[in-house]
Structures are given as C-alpha cells and as structure tokens.
Design a protein around this ligand. Structure first.
Ligand code: NAP
Length: 258
C-alpha cells in the first residue's frame, strides 16, 4: 500500500533500537526523511547507516530527549517536521511501597511531560501547513492494570488524558494525535524484563521468556516490524480520520472487550 507520505520529514524519538527504531525504519521504507535520537553514539550511528541504506535522508542526534537541553538540541536539528513519534525509555518496575515523590517526578518528566513538550513544539508548524501526524508510544498498561509498573501507569495515564483533549482540539487543522500501546515486544527492554524474571523465579532466560510468551493469547512476543508498520499507517494519508485513539498492540494480552 502506498502510504502517501514519501518526501515528508519525521522526528522519531528514542530510536536507535527497539520500538522507536521500528517506527523510524517503517517510515523510511515509506520514503520519509527521518530524524532519530538516542543517548549512546555507537548504536545511533549504526541505526543511521541502516536507515540511510533505505534511500532517505537521516539526521542522528545524540541527546537525552527527557532533558530540557537534549530536547532543545533534538528539536533544533529536526527543524519543521510533518510527523512526530514520541518515545523514551520506560520507568523501572517496583512496588507501591518503593516509590517516593522523586521517582514519580522522574517518570512524569520522561513519559508524560517530555512528549507533551515535544507535541507543543511541533504543533504550530503542523497547524500552519494544515497537515501533521503525531504518535506517542505508551504502554498496554494504560488499558489494563499492572502493580509493578505503577510509575509507568501514572505518567502514561497523564499523557493519555492530555492527548484525548488536545487531539480533538487540533483535528480541524488536519493534525492527528494518537497513542500506540505496546504489549510485550522482542526488544532490549523485554530482554531485561525476562532476565529479571529468570533471576526472581530461579529459571533460565529461555524458560522465563516461554512463561511470558504463554501469558499472551498470540503465544509470542510482538516484533518491532509489526509495531513500526502500524505506526507508519497511523502517520499515513489513509489515517487522517483516526483521532485521539489508543491502539493496543498486545497479542490479546489485555483482557478487555472494547
Ligand atoms: P529499548 O529496546 O530499550 O530501546 C529504547 C531506545 O530508546 C534505545 O534506542 C535507547 O537508546 C533510546 N532511549 C531510551 N531513553 C532515551 C532517552 N532518555 N533519550 C533518548 N533516547 C532514549 O526499549 P523499547 O522496548 O523499544 O521500549 C520503548 C518504550 O516502549 C519504552 O517506554 C517502554 O517502556 C515502552 N514499552 C515497551 C514494551 C516492550 O515490550 N518492548 C512494552 C510496553 C511498553 P539509548 O539507551 O542509547 O538512549
């Protein structure tokens, strides 16, 4: 399917690996020039080379997108963009008794205020030109409960509320804002969670992964390619009537009818 976005320019945050990279790659395959960022130089350079091989222009910015200075750098090098994909590393798991005010503030900064500030920065140009696409990577736990990911739940619920209202406000300008809610995907984050489960349960890494896979109705982890393709569709010309939605990609894990 021709997504109708060849020649557009996208800023995809936290994108040297994992879900962010999957989104950048799918957009690049659709002919979109991409600006990517991450904190660590070597994987960022490798991602840039992979994306450039797809024949698009790639700008790579080594920066922490959750800091004011890092975000300013990324936005300055990105310039005016047609598409924004927000993303950053997720908060650590834990327990309600572990978390102090500073832990919540860190999560809120990284996973709520960072995307909100990025959205605020790109909206004026998108509104002026009458076209824009914004996708936020959040989590399946926005839809269903998880005790151990309370920091993530708290911050992402705030972002979800902001998007619900703001997306309706800007839709008349041809700008859509939607969220993608990943379930378990085969990325470094999943490796780290599987390793933690293996240690906790006294089982091997493969046994831990099999346990988590068995908890998903699809019986497997999602792939970054599946995730990226969905993102590219939400950023396409075809998705202009999809406004303020929370698109769950979880292999059926979250038990909800709607
Ligand atoms: P990942 O494989 O660990 O990749 C994270 C990417 O983001 C890397 O390129 C990393 O590079 C970059 N990054 C992280 N923090 C950054 C920061 N502050 N500034 C700039 N770049 C940053 O993670 P993932 O699995 O793709 O997860 C992406 C998001 O989806 C996270 O918020 C995660 O909590 C959420 N999520 C993931 C899953 C899953 O199963 N994978 C499920 C639910 C939710 P550097 O480390 O070099 O900066």
């Amino acid at each position: 399917m021709d997504l109708g976005i060849s020649g557009k320019r996208a800023l995809v945050c936290a994108s040297s690996k994992g879900l962010g990279f999957g989104c950048a790659e799918a957009l690049a395959k659709a002919g979109v020039d991409v600006v990517i960022c991450a904190r660590t130089e070597a994987p960022l350079a490798a991602a840039k080379a992979t994306l450039e091989a797809l024949g698009v222009s790639v700008t790579a910015v080594a920066a922490d997108v959750t800091t004011d200075a890092g975000r300013a750098d990324v936005l300055a090098q990105a310039g005016d963009v047609d598409i924004l994909v927000t993303n950053a590393g997720g908060p650590p798991p834990g327990n309600w008794a572990d978390w102090e005010r500073d832990d919540f503030m860190g999560a809120i900064d990284a996973n709520m205020l960072t995307p909100i500030m990025l959205i605020k920065a790109v909206l004026p140009h998108m509104i002026d030109q009458g076209w824009g696409r914004i996708v936020n990577i959040t989590s399946q736990y926005v839809k269903g409960p998880s005790g151990i990911l309370g920091l993530s739940n708290t911050a992402r619920a705030g972002l979800t509320g902001y998007v619900a209202g703001t997306s309706r406000d800007v839709a008349k300008h041809g700008v859509t804002i939607n969220n993608m809610l990943p379930g378990i995907h085969a990325t470094d984050r999943a490796v780290s969670l599987d390793t933690g489960l293996a240690t906790k349960e006294g089982v091997s890494f493969n046994e831990a992964r099999a346990m988590r896979s068995a908890s998903i109705p699809a019986g497997r982890y999602g792939t970054v390619e599946e995730f990226g393709s969905t993102c590219a569709f939400l950023c396409s010309q075809h998705a202009g009537f999809i406004v303020g939605q929370n698109v769950l990609l979880d292999g059926g894990f979250i038990g909800c009818t709607m």
